[in-house]
Design a binder for this molecule. Structure first.
Ligand code: TXA
Ligand code: MG
Length: 326
């Protein structure tokens, strides 16, 4: 015995792997990331190769604190300081003009960089020990569902990613809110747990949605976060009708319900509260996929600002698969 807890031994191994230029599975409070040294272009290329992700899609750089983040940015406006103060460490990514020394491999050649201070204790401990930035997309192959447990990462990559830090099931369960502060006015590029009203309470009015530019955020492609099965999103009564219709036609159908089960429908039932639903959504979709259903009917969640991220991910899961070839 060397007197170290299994966790600190794993952290040492993770740090050594990062320093060798490898990519590791990293727990964050949102989803698991596939992390490598953001200042090492070869290590970053490895992430793209593992994910099968087009190289013009930029990665988020994870850092230990706002001061470190400001060094990766070419400008640090008041809005960045205010949002960092309010929500970091936490599920918020800020897009800012990049500092001159941020590798093109990280930014996909763009003049901006995505920055986030994650709230997971293992991620923070690793970032503090590393003292650099970790480029980390969600640890899934391009277009697939994000992983919310260490096992999901192992299922996705197997021996290609030998080191996965196990930080348990992610607390938030959906990817971070992305706020673009690099343009003339702030814009939410991807909804997440931190809602538009929460952001507006700190920096005032923000626009939402892609600005019609090239696909700068791959999470904003129509078909993304998609399980293998086809997904339809319906209110409960039409969902039940559709279920029996599909079943009668011999389709392998299952329901993703909220709050209450329904009679003999084959289903996963998610909690009715937002936090519980978000946390378990991807794991439930993965379980249904593993059972080989060809159609999943998801019960329509509430249509409020707080549920925007859930609605967004279900809409993308339901988008036609050929929209972007994934
Ligand atoms: O919660 C999260 O954000 C997770 C955890 C691991 O931190 N990460 C994550 O990374 O979801 P990824 O790469 O799967 O999604 C990040 C999104 C992508 O759609 C990417 O295109 C966008 O952020 N993004 C990154 N840098 C950007 C930039 N400079 N401008 C616009 N979009 C950017
Ligand atoms: Mg992703």
């Amino acid at each position: 015995m060397d007197g170290k807890s299994p966790q600190s031994a794993n952290l040492d191994e993770a740090l050594a792997a990062i320093r060798r230029g490898e990519a590791i599975g990293l727990p964050t409070e949102t989803v698991y990331g596939l992390a490598a040294d953001a200042h090492d272009p070869e290590a970053v290329k490895r992430i793209y190769a593992l994910k099968g992700r087009p190289s013009e899609h930029p990665l988020i750089v994870h850092v230990a604190d706002a001061v470190t983040a400001s060094r990766w940015a070419g400008a640090w406006p008041k809005a960045a300081e205010a949002l960092a103060e309010a929500f970091w460490p936490g599920p918020l990514t800020l897009i800012l003009p990049r500092a001159a020394n941020v590798p093109d491999e990280v930014t996909g050649g763009q003049d901006t960089v995505g920055l986030r201070v994650p709230a997971h204790p293992l991620a923070l401990a690793l970032l503090r020990a590393f003292e650099g930035g970790l480029a980390a997309p969600s640890a899934n192959r391009f277009g697939h569902l994000s992983p919310t447990t260490a096992q999901h990462v192992r299922d996705e990559f197997g021996s290609a990613v030998p080191l996965v830090l196990d930080g348990g099931a992610c607390e938030v369960g959906l990817e971070s809110t992305i706020v673009d502060l690099s343009g003339e006015s702030p814009r939410i590029l991807r909804p997440g747990k931190i809602s538009r009203p929460e952001i507006e309470a700190v920096i005032g009015p923000v626009a939402e949605g892609s600005d019609g530019d090239s696909p700068r955020a791959s999470g904003t492609l129509a078909s993304h976060y998609a399980p293998k099965a086809g997904v339809e999103v319906l209110a409960r009564a039409p969902l039940v009708a559709r279920y029996y219709e599909l079943a009668k036609r011999g389709r392998q159908v299952a329901a993703l319900l909220r709050g209450q089960p329904f009679k003999d429908l084959k289903s996963e039932v998610l909690p009715s509260d937002l936090a519980g639903y978000s946390q378990q959504l991807y794991a439930a979709l993965r379980r249904l996929d593993a059972k080989g259903y060809d159609v999943l009917l998801a019960e329509l969640p509430p249509h409020t600002a707080a549920w925007a991220a859930v609605n967004d991910r279900l809409r993308r899961a339901a988008a036609p698969r050929d929209a972007d070839g994934t």
